[in-house]
Design a protein around this ligand. Structure first.
Ligand SMILES: Cc1ncc(COP(=O)(O)O)c(C=O)c1O
Length: 974
């Protein structure tokens, strides 16, 4: 029996089998009464069979006439092997007494092999939607397991020659590239395939071969119901014996088809594969060239199939995404990807530093001022990094002391290259250094070699230690191109001004950009060396000088109590903030939609100045007589209506609420407190006692002490009373107060957020607080408004949340915004209530109301008032709200947009009627939003609300960016 040989077989149109014929085959050969729906295939005919009740009965596969029986047998045998190894694989399910493989006459007089294989449920990963890194990793693990399981599998039917076998990629591409009718595209394919093939051919002797599935793509895996991670493999039609690493290359290329599927997205998959089936060095080196060859093969084969089988919609429909796979595969040079992959696998090439001699005559190494442009640098202050000239300005300042030169650091990501409101990480990592020279300086050759380029503005010389590049307006060559120069020979003059220095050691024809994106930096940096020896300095062991985010997470985990949780699966290391932006150490800027504490914005220079000034002058405690405490207490009290005129200053929201409870207890002589369900009020003993949110404490509802009583959460969206019926919450709460009083437990206080922040920014029903405050007062208790989150102008229409309900509480607690992140909290109440504290002793908080804290409080109020931040919250909040409402109309996952001003919540639901919370989706959406440059987090008892409470200086452009990114995620997946 001859096995298939693509290079002998010629064109392979899929067998012409209609759905009706498929039904007949199932009936006549396999005894099944089914319906048949065609499934796409390039060269076979596949049908999904359904039984009388519509349930999937299997997949009928009619193989292309070109394939022999032994090849079909081999596929059935391989599924058996995988099944034995615990991989879900679609096995042959011929019924008892039936031949597993039926021979069917072909219309052209030949025969076709048909069989029915099991339908594996769970759905594939097909399509172009975004796939999150953990799912790609799960796919890598699956492919690794398949590879291991098939390592010892052999069968006469696997020794075939397929166009998909990457061992034949050069021949396949050579044969089929003529079908790519667009000459531009054809050229690109051929130009990319040739060097990729050369690399692979050189490594071929060291690439192990074995049986491989050969087509484990997103289309050919099925996913577990629980977490949608792939755990099964279908379609063994390309089973063959080939390079083992080819299995991985095929899968990795399918990543490139998906939204967000740039080359770096394949890393989790590759790392997971390597854990399951370790890659050899030669396989690492061959992997990305094989991805390129796979992509090229897809393009040429797809074009050929479309040409010979124009009616095959599967083939014609695939052409554009196959082209996208190719474009992405070649968007990063293979040499860079190889370095990147080696680094991700923990096997980076670590070549010794370049042995180069200093090139600057008359500039002693010790006189070169270091320029740190990282996110942790103080050289660029405040938001100056957003100014395109900031590097020039900082360099000039560093040299103002008389230094003859100043130099940046190799590989150190630059804050100065960060870009705000960008969905992709910007190119922040330098592959060389910038050198500023105070005056003209002769430059000599750092090694023996040849001058490659000698032009005004650029001099390049190559030698055994690498290619040295000098670029800058002041660079003038003194040796002509082509000249062989010895170490120390005159090369150029440079200065005054900026000169770029780079040492390249990668392929000679591969220019290395000056700045690269952090994700790809390990790959690019592997093709360069630290140029500092050119200045006479020794390279640092860790060139960029930055502790990696993941290392820091580990260190923090060892030192800090684990219950102090972090945002995100893999949190970026954030070391900088400016206005509504946060910047990580790799220079990525994030739009911060969660930091309500930083009300006036991050890194506010006025606040920093005021604090520094006061620290230098005095910081002490409130028992001393200083002016700031009086000024601030007056200013704070003036924001509140009468009779709220008496202030306590503490350090946090928890302390403020704790104190408010003690005041209420002291003033009423009672102990019972009424709180609202789904609330959070703090972490101290008393505030935790009245916190009922199960998101913060899963046991909250069952572990409240007997003095705490709750009323239902007045949630008008998903509570017991919705929409217009939400008016019923108030009488219910009143009834609870009356009942408590009747039972001899009249409450000391009723406490709630006057705008329901913790539940996701939901407004209380109209009239709720007037009714409940009246009832609690009638019972002799006090009304406490917890304004820790929602107060201070954030709601836009009102400075205090209770104003929206037209009530005046007896006690107000405030923190967060008040200190813009400095520990500052307050309780404001009436003189009478405040005086009641005397029955408890006297009140003192060591740092509460300190001069520094009061200056912080005054400055924050100044900025809010002067910059109109409450109005900004109103205007930008309205804009945000209307855009989100528009988004909600198009995306049913959005159940509701809650909130007002810059306190909002987007509640995500799986079903608009049952309101089933989209919990996993909310968390995954937050992860993807971070990838796109937005920090947003889930909130609420079900963790299905995206909370939006950004700094109050949020601009309309930033609000638009947030909505645009959310739209992208909702449209392309998470
Ligand atoms: C409504 C409310 N009250 C009190 C607190 C406690 O404030 P802090 O974290 O400053 O102690 C919080 C904190 O999230 C809060 O949201």
């Amino acid at each position: 029996m001859t096995l298939f040989d693509f290079f002998q077989a010629g064109e392979l149109p899929a067998p012409a089998v209609s759905a009706g014929e498929a039904v007949a085959i199932a009936r006549d050969h396999f005894g099944l009464a089914v319906t048949a729906t065609p499934l796409g295939s390039q060269q076979d005919a596949n049908f999904l069979l359904r039984g009388p009740a519509g349930d999937p009965a299997g997949v009928l596969k009619v193989a292309n006439a070109a394939f022999s029986r032994v090849e079909i047998d081999a596929q059935d045998a391989a599924t058996g092997v995988l099944g034995g190894a615990g991989v879900r694989a679609a096995r042959n399910i011929a019924g008892p007494g039936r031949a597993p493989i039926a021979e069917i006459p072909d219309c052209s007089g030949g025969r076709l092999f048909a069989r029915i294989i099991a339908f594996l449920d769970g759905g594939t990963m097909s399509g172009d939607r975004y796939v999150a890194p953990p799912r790609w990793a799960a796919l890598g693990t699956l492919v690794g397991r398949v590879s291991r399981a098939l390592a010892d599998f052999d069968h006469p039917g696997v020794h075939r020659v397929l166009q998909w076998d990457l061992q034949h990629a050069d021949r396949t591409i050579g044969l089929l590239s003529r079908y790519v009718t667009d000459p531009g595209r054809r050229h690109l394919v051929e130009a990319a395939a040739a060097p990729a093939w050369r690399t692979v051919a050189d490594l071929a002797a060291d690439l192990p071969t074995q049986a491989i599935h050969g087509d484990i793509t997103d289309d050919n895996v099925v996913c577990a119901a629980a977490d949608r991670s792939p755990d099964g493999v279908i379609d063994f039609g390309d089973l063959t014996r080939s390079w083992a690493v080819g299995e991985l290359a095929v899968t990795a290329s399918s990543v490139l088809r998906h939204a967000g599927g740039e080359p770096v997205a394949a890393l989790p998959l590759i790392v997971a594969f390597d854990r399951e089936r370790p890659l050899r060095d030669a396989e690492i080196a061959a992997l990305w060239p094989l991805v390129v060859l796979r992509a090229a093969t897809l393009v040429v084969s797809g074009n050929q199939q479309a040409a010979v089988d124009a009616k095959n919609e599967y083939a014609t429909g695939a052409l554009e995404f196959e082209w996208q796979i190719f474009e992405r595969a070649v968007s990063v040079p293979a040499a860079v990807m190889t370095g990147l992959i080696a680094g991700a696998l923990g096997r980076p090439a670590a070549p010794p530093p370049a042995r180069l001699t200093p090139i600057l005559a008359g500039v002693p190494p010790g006189d070169v001022a270091p320029l740190d442009f990282s996110a942790q640098s103080d050289l660029v202050d405040g938001g100056a990094w957003l100014d395109p000239d900031c590097e020039e300005t900082a360099a000039a300042r560093a040299m103002a002391t008389g230094a003859p030169a100043a130099a940046t650091r190799y590989a150190q990501p630059r804050l100065t290259r960060s870009v705000v409101l960008h969905s992709e990480s910007p190119s922040t990592v330098p592959t060389g250094i910038d050198l500023w020279l105070a005056g003209p300086v002769p430059v000599t050759a750092p090694q023996a070699g040849v001058v490659e380029t000698a032009a005004d503005g650029e001099v390049v010389m190559a030698g055994a230690e690498g290619t040295v590049v000098l670029r800058g307006r002041s660079v003038r060559p003194t040796a002509p191109a082509g000249r062989a120069v010895g170490t120390g020979a005159p090369l150029a003059t440079a200065g005054p001004g900026r000169v770029w220095l780079q040492v390249r050691t990668g392929p000679a024809d591969l220019p290395v950009p000056a700045f690269v994106r952090p994700e790809y930096a390990p790959g690019w940096l592997a093709l360069t060396r630290d140029p500092v020896p050119l200045l006479g300095l020794a390279p640092a062991a860790r060139p960029d000088g930055t502790e990696k985010a993941e290392d820091l997470v580990q260190r923090r985990g060892r030192a800090l109590a684990g219950v102090q949780e972090q945002y995100y699966r893999r949190p970026p290391r954030i070391e900088r903030g400016w206005r509504e932006f946060l910047v990580s150490v790799d220079g990525r800027s994030y739009l911060d939609m969660v930091n309500n504490v930083a009300a006036i914005g991050h890194g506010h220079p006025e606040l920093a100045e005021a604090v520094a000034r006061q620290w230098r002058r005095l910081n002490t405690n409130s028992r001393f007589n200083y002016r700031a405490i009086a000024d601030f207490s007056e200013r704070l009290a003036a924001t509140l209506p009468d009779p709220l005129d008496t202030v306590f200053l503490v350090n946090s929201g928890s302390e403020a609420v704790d104190l408010a409870l003690r005041l209420a207890m002291a003033a009423t002589g009672r102990r019972d407190v009424l709180a609202v369900a789904e609330a959070y009020h703090g972490w101290t003993y008393a505030t935790d006692a009245i916190s009922t949110s199960v998101a913060d404490n899963p046991n909250a509802l069952t572990t409240r002490p007997e003095w705490v009583h709750t009323v239902p959460s007045p949630n008008s969206y998903r509570g017991d009373h919705r929409g217009a019926a939400a008016g019923r919450y108030a009488p219910e709460a009143v009834a609870v107060i009356e009942d408590l009083t009747r039972r001899g437990h009249p409450p000391a206080a009723f406490i709630c957020e006057p705008f329901y922040g913790n539940a996701g920014g939901i407004a209380l029903p109209d009239g709720y607080l007037p009714a409940v405050y009246a009832a609690v007062r009638a019972a002799g208790g006090l009304a406490i408004a917890d304004e820790v989150q929602v107060g201070y102008g954030r709601l836009g229409a009102w400075f205090w949340g209770f104003q929206g309900q037209h009530v005046v509480p007896d006690i107000v607690t405030v923190a967060k915004s008040m200190g813009n992140g400095h520990p500052l909290g307050a309780v404001v109440t009436t003189g009478a209530v405040a005086d009641a504290y005397r029955t408890q002793g006297y009140f003192f908080s060591s740092a509460g109301g300190s001069p520094v804290s009061c200056v912080v409080g005054l400055t924050v109020l100044d900025v809010i008032e002067r910059d109109g931040l409450q109005r900004n919250a109103l205007v930008v909040g309205e804009h945000l709200r209307s855009r989100l409402a528009d988004l909600a109309a198009r995306h049913p996952l959005i159940g509701a947009v809650h909130g007002t001003g810059l306190y909002m919540g987007v509640e995500l639901v799986l079903d608009p009627v049952t309101l089933e919370p989209a919990v996993a989706e909310t968390s995954a959406i937050c992860e993807r939003m971070r990838e796109l440059g937005v920090i947003v987090q889930p909130t609420g008892d079900r963790m299905n609300v995206l909370k939006m409470k950004p700094p109050m200086c949020l601009s309309t452009t930033s609000a638009d960016f947030f909505v645009d990114m959310l739209e992208r995620v909702l449209s392309t997946g998470w």
